[in-house]
Design a protein around this ligand. Structure first.
Ligand code: FE2
Length: 360
């Protein structure tokens, strides 16, 4: 069973300063207009005290005009351009004093240029805004689609997981907790959670009679079971290349620190970190759970077993992180309610280059 507390929505939360410039809403809109007005007056002041319109500081006026274009669109930017033209025209005292007044044609042409720049830039920004909005909506739709794909795969695993009473959810939980203690952060942590939930996805392709066989497996049957690591990764990659990191962890969850694992026989840090974490989370969960053929080990017994195999089967650092987890009383075993991630993570679409964040 995959639990969700529901937030599928992704939303982009721009920083406050950006909201003064780009798509200001509510109070930010008022603040944006105030910044435009203040910067416009500041330019008028600078031009006045530096000799009037004949000097190059007059070009500073493009600042407030473009600011208005970015935040308020073509109409407001044109109006700001007109206002700027007038303020730089007959009322520009320094010009009058220094040059005996500006010829009418001169300031009018400059005002028209300001208006044209403001209006043109406003149109370009509006177009850009529309296209960014469309891209963001597409990214959000894709993120929901990817999340649904992962949930569907997780539901398939959960069907089989019923036999082992929440094994995959507990592996996901412990992998997530271990990852946190090993410096995995943000989206990577959520990816690790998914990798934990889906680590045995490939078992859907292994014949049921082998998986349920009560006795010892033959060498051929064991080779068949070993295929599940690669198979799970292949299913994920065929669903989307976006799942590459999850697939990498799933493929490596039976590798051993000493290189005697499968499917590739990788050793030490050549094993992807997610694989090393999943290996510890998986075995810890299996040891502390009841199986038809044996009673569950206690948490100290399971921890001792993992510590004995640190440096041979397991990454010692990951086992150390498990020790911390046990000392903090954060491990979950069979019999307690299934551990819940605070919510099923939204899968972030990184290839779109947009910083989507979960709505809180
Ligand atoms: Fe496995």
């Amino acid at each position: 069973m995959v639990h969700s507390t529901g937030s599928d929505a992704t939303q982009v939360k721009p920083q406050a300063w950006l909201q003064l410039v780009w798509e200001p809403t509510g109070l930010y809109r008022l603040a944006h207009l105030a910044v435009v007005a203040l910067s416009l007056l500041a330019v008028v002041y600078v031009v006045s005290v530096t000799g009037g319109t004949p000097n190059p500081f007059v070009h500073l006026m493009y600042g407030p005009i473009l600011l208005a274009a970015a935040g308020s669109g073509a109409g407001v930017a044109t109006a700001v351009g007109l206002l700027a033209g007038v303020l730089m025209g007959p009322y520009q005292q320094a010009s009058l004093a220094a040059a005996g007044g500006q010829p009418d044609g001169g300031w009018l042409v400059r005002a028209l240029i300001y208006c044209a720049v403001g209006g043109g830039a406003g149109l370009v920004f509006e177009r850009l805004r529309r296209s960014l909005r469309a891209t963001r909506e597409l990214a959000e739709r894709l993120a929901r689609g990817y999340g649904n794909t992962l949930r569907t795969l997780a539901a398939i695993v959960a069907e089989r997981d019923e036999q082992t009473g929440g094994h995959c959810e507990r592996v996901a939980y412990h992998a997530h907790e271990l990852g946190k203690r090993l410096g995995v952060e943000g989206h990577d942590l959520e990816t690790l959670w998914w990798a934990g939930l889906l680590h045995d996805l490939g078992k859907v392709g292994i014949p049921e009679y082998i998986l349920r066989k009560p006795g010892k497996l033959t060498a051929e049957e064991y080779r068949e079971v070993q295929r599940h690591a690669d198979l799970g990764a292949q299913i994920l990659l065929s669903a989307s290349p976006e799942f590459a990191t999850i697939a990498e962890g799933v493929r490596a969850h039976h590798e051993r620190w000493d290189g005697k694992g499968y499917p590739r026989g990788l050793a030490g840090e050549a094993i992807p970190l997610f694989g090393r974490i999943l290996a510890v989370a998986d075995v810890f969960e299996v040891l502390t759970s009841r199986r038809p053929y044996r009673e569950p080990s206690s948490v100290p017994e399971a921890l001792a077993e993992l510590q004995r195999n640190a440096g041979s089967q397991f990454d010692p650092q990951v086992v150390e992180a498990l020790l911390q987890l046990v000392q903090e009383g954060r491990v979950q075993t069979e019999g307690v309610p299934p551990p819940l991630y605070h919510e099923v993570p939204v899968f972030e679409v990184r290839s779109m280059g947009l910083e989507s964040q979960r709505a809180n």
